[in-house]
Design a protein. Structure first.
Lengths: 104, 135
């Protein structure tokens, strides 16, 4: 199972990002091995369609679960279609490491 | 071109098509169109007793926009009552959201795609989860 966590930076000590489409980085976590990989969000500053682009990135990476602060209507529609589970944590006081620790 | 209207998130649509006054002699007047988001605004503030800030976050709009939607809803209902008009529920600028679950232990919200069978919280593995529209 692969999980994406939206992140503001590129290491596990960085803060969790409440935005999905406009998150700075995506943390790809492999739940079996516990390994993480950080992918830069190339469409962070797109004037529109950032959520759709981010969803496409996630689908290409083969993730089955996404943890973020909120999902826009377009991203949600697309992710629903691909059976990807969306998880909302409404609180941005966590770091990526905290969240990885929580879901284990 | 005016700025586009942000879609308002509505958790559950109203369970009625409309309300009609009875016992009045006057011939039928034009009905009042109550939008789904206006119904939701009334429900969140006056039934679920949320403040405007919480309610606006839930509906995905700013607090000010929420206040405008809520005010328009109250005025529509008032004019329907005073002028004995029929109320009709109309879709409006809403997008319906039926698929979110909330975990009662850690307050995270999540969806359950068709490929998953178990209904446990993906964060804390708690089984205390509810559909948001049921709460």
């Amino acid at each position: 199972m692969k999980t994406i966590i939206s992140s503001t930076g590129n290491d596990i000590k960085s803060q969790f990002d409440l935005r999905f489409g406009r998150a700075g980085w995506f943390c790809l976590l492999d739940e079996e091995t516990g390994k993480t990989r950080f992918i830069k969000n190339a469409h962070q500053d797109e004037p529109h369609g950032a959520g759709t682009r981010a969803s496409e990135t996630v689908i290409e990476l083969g993730a089955t679960k996404i943890i973020s602060g909120d999902f826009g209507p377009k991203a949600k529609e697309l992710l629903d279609k691909f059976n990807i589970q969306m998880v909302i944590i409404p609180d941005d006081s966590h770091t990526i490491a905290d969240i990885i620790h929580k879901i284990k | 071109m005016p700025r586009r209207k942000r879609m308002r998130k509505v958790v559950a649509p109203p369970g009625f098509k409309g309300y009609r006054p009875y016992g009045n002699r006057v011939r039928r007047k034009k009905q009042v169109d109550l939008l789904y988001e206006e119904y939701e605004a009334i429900k969140l503030t006056d039934y679920d007793l949320m403040n405007h800030q919480e309610a606006s976050e839930l509906m995905g709009v700013s607090r000010a926009t929420f206040a405008r939607v809520y005010e328009s809803a109250r005025r529509k209902i008032a004019s329907a009552l005073v002028e004995t008009r029929e109320i009709r529920s109309v879709f409006g600028n809403a997008w319906l959201d039926k698929s979110w679950y909330v975990c009662n232990a850690c307050h995270s919200r999540f969806t359950i795609p068709a490929t998953l069978i178990h209904q446990t919280c993906p964060i804390c593995k708690s089984k205390q989860t509810n559909l948001i529209s049921d709460t």
